[in-house]
Design a protein around this ligand. Structure first.
Ligand code: EPU
Length: 336
């Protein structure tokens, strides 16, 4: 086990915020977790790719940095495979691997930053697909007792950017592996969301392969989401709020072109990015932080920005959206 003392976390979070932790311990395998538990190192916090956190101050804990790698087919039949992925693998590396093997299911989730272990926690989603649609189970270690546990899909209580790992058992388990079901054949590609079909049409593609869908999504994401390597950010900072259809009706009377996605017969999801833009925050720059000029859902650190300042701006945005639209929006990003 390696313990690096008193570490600056700037390079461990995609927002690029400076903050110190008591220490950081890279975890390469299950044995490393048991070593940490045996050495009674406490308190502990778990970090994956650091692409969905906002650090608002120093972290008074030792950080377990998930570095468990490996992608392995553990079972298959003529239609599908079960793939076990180390939770420390980069999500997009896993997508690229699936594409290289001609396995379908994760192509719409191309280019999402972060680690495989964080994917079920957040139930990541994009372009009409959520990770739960390919999830089979995950393997984890309980940090109090050291007991190994397998969580199957039903137990994970997946919701929109939500799971049991963000609620009931938050910070209690270290996820070591995630097992996904990918299709060899008999699948349909999803191109109905957003601009995917438009991009394919421009290219004259009528029955796209998973590779072409992935390429189109990468093009869309690159065109409107800032690359964290260039500008610090954590993707969508807020969740899109779900409102009753009656409430949506009153907004529609006032804003004829308000975008929306149906959720059920009684509820509608409204893009927080649209609400934030209408509230006047899009492109705002304040000292070294701000709201991205192409996508108002993304808060940015232009360099040396401070996490507390970003948090304050986020709270101001929530308050203004509530005052203007009577809708509550909340962060999707984990605030540390
Ligand atoms: N919109 C605006 N102004 C903005 C941003 C968006 O008017 O500044 C409008 C767009 O014109 C569009 C609608 O809002 O009509 C939706 O925008 P977009 O398709 O960009 O998607 P989103 O709702 O902003 C969600 C996810 C993204 C995911 C995309 C595509 C959440 C919180 N965000 O964004 O996920 O990539 O859909 O599926 O659900 C992430 O979670 O980090 C993330 C980037």
């Amino acid at each position: 086990m390696v313990l690096l003392d008193n570490i600056n976390l700037k390079t461990f979070n995609t927002f690029g915020i400076q903050a110190n932790a008591k220490g950081i311990i890279p975890i390469y395998n299950e044995i490393n977790v048991f070593e940490v538990l045996a050495a009674q190192i406490r308190p502990l916090r778990i970090l994956g790719g650091g692409s969905n956190i906002l650090l608002t101050g120093d972290v008074n804990a030792y950080i377990l940095k998930n570095e468990i790698k490996g992608i392995e087919i553990i079972d298959e039949d003529e239609n599908q495979v079960l793939v076990q992925v180390g939770a420390g693998e980069k999500w997009h590396q896993f997508v690229l691997w699936a594409l290289s093997q001609n396995l379908a299911g994760v192509e719409n989730l191309s280019l999402i930053p972060g680690s495989v272990g964080a994917a079920p926690m957040q139930n990541i989603g994009a372009y009409g697909v959520e990770q739960e649609s390919v999830f089979h189970c995950l393997k984890a270690i309980h940090l109090e007792s050291g007991v190994r546990k397998v969580f199957f899909k039903d137990e994970c209580k997946f919701g929109y950017r939500d799971s049991i790992f963000k609620t009931l058992v938050k910070d209690q388990y270290f996820i070591t592996h995630v097992v996904y079901i990918l299709k060899k054949k008999n699948y349909t590609v999803r191109t109905d969301y957003g601009a995917i079909n438009d991009i394919l049409a421009v290219k004259g593609i009528t029955s796209p392969t998973i590779h072409q869908v992935s390429d189109a999504i990468i093009e869309i994401r690159k065109s409107k989401l800032p690359n964290p390597v260039e500008i610090g950010n954590a993707g969508s900072f807020f969740k899109n709020p779900v409102v009753p259809v009656e409430k949506f009706g009153t907004l529609l009377d006032k804003y004829k072109y308000i975008p929306s996605y149906p959720v059920s017969e009684t509820e509608v999801k409204i893009p927080a990015g649209w609400l934030i833009e209408k509230a006047g925050f899009k492109g705002l720059k304040r000292n070294n932080i701000g709201v991205h000029h192409l996508q108002a859902l993304v808060l940015v650190n232009y360099g040396d920005g401070n996490g507390k300042e970003i948090h304050q701006l986020a709270m101001e945005i929530c308050q203004t959206v509530q005052n203007n639209f009577d809708i509550i929006i909340e962060p999707e990003v984990n605030i540390w």
